[in-house]
Design a protein around this ligand. Sequence first.
Ligand SMILES: Cc1cc2nc3c(=O)[nH]c(=O)nc-3n(C[C@H](O)[C@H](O)[C@H](O)COP(=O)(O)OP(=O)(O)OC[C@H]3O[C@@H](n4cnc5c(N)ncnc54)[C@H](O)[C@@H]3O)c2cc1C
Length: 371
Amino acid sequence: MTNPFLRPFVSQLKNFATLSDLEGLFPRREFELLKDAGFLQMPLLKDPFAFAPLQTRRLLDILKMIGSASLPAGRIYEGHVNALQLIDLFGSRSQKDFYFSEVFKNQSLFGVWNTQDGDGVKIKEAGNGQYLLEGSKNFCSGAGWIQWPLITGELILKGGGGWQICVIPAEKMKDVLVDSSAWKPLGMRASVSYKMNFSGIVLDQKDLIGPPDAYYRQPYFSGGAVRFAAVQLGAAEAILEETHQFLRENNRADDPFQKVRTAEIACLVETGNLWINRAADMTDAWIWSPEQNEKLTAYINMTRTVMNDLCLKSMQLSERSVGLRALMQPHPLERIHRDLTTYLKQPGPDAAMASVGNYVLGQKGISTLWK
Ligand SMILES: Cc1cc2nc3c(=O)[nH]c(=O)nc-3n(C[C@H](O)[C@H](O)[C@H](O)COP(=O)(O)OP(=O)(O)OC[C@H]3O[C@@H](n4cnc5c(N)ncnc54)[C@H](O)[C@@H]3O)c2cc1C
């Protein structure tokens, strides 16, 4: 549950989230609040600039807290954290210094745009250390507001190439075509996850982060799922809180059926917290045993799957308890239902569980599975 000192902050974020729940609105006030409170630079260290190591629990607590108030803000903040981590993992010393000082000095917002359709991004060598971009990215959260997006694309080189991460310099973002026409989702409207066309943008060598195929390196790629799971868990906590408040305020808390359903939601939320905390501890412990890549990847894949299921169950139980009002504006549960249903859609859920099965069946026995 939210740290009591942060309650006024969270309730302010919640108020803003209600106002931002409109077509085409970026959660601007939410991000002003987050910036003023220092959240954009929170994952970083200065002197030398770096992504703060061994802080996963703290980071996941923050993601959960933001998610409990606003899933769109949580999604965009999660993308910012993801981008900073990728720069830390694969960027050069001078890239880290440049981009991380942007966060400290200018409170710049970063994001990661990887998803694409058939018209995805190609990065073509153009000579003199320059690269020409062609193609689009889909579901770019914070479109038009992220100053420094990390995008991925197929690097086309003579005799090589691969899936390349690059940063679009802030001053070139005005030349990127934004297409909001297809973003008509059930929820998460304020994440403004539009399609962006990068054709014609020219990048320099310094804008490329890491070698080709770094993006999918494990356990970082699948391990990142623990961050969206934490944001989703925040919404499950908000469901418990709203249900609890509704039942007490409407004198329905003495009913035995309502007690059982509330207990079930409380169990689910606590289950989520236990999983997230264990996943955080395993992530930080992994640094000392990098040979356990596969184990960590499987554990995070289990965590995201459990989180998905418990969020769905919490929504259903809460709707039974509160009834129609949970599905009617202006009740907060109505917005949480739309946003969470949408945000639970994450890539490759079957593949995530298949990889867990693959890991478990690949072990000689099960006695030391997660030790
Ligand atoms: C609010 C929101 C914001 C987002 N913001 C960003 C962003 O900023 N940057 C970004 O890069 N992306 C973003 N995304 C996209 C996100 O990362 C996922 O790509 C997207 O949500 C995938 O959802 P999906 O249900 O279509 O997944 P899919 O992976 O398509 O899964 C749908 C179903 O198909 C199955 N499936 C998947 N692949 C195959 C296959 N090859 N063969 C057979 N079955 C398959 C799955 O197991 C599942 O059952 C965002 C998404 C949302 C909802």
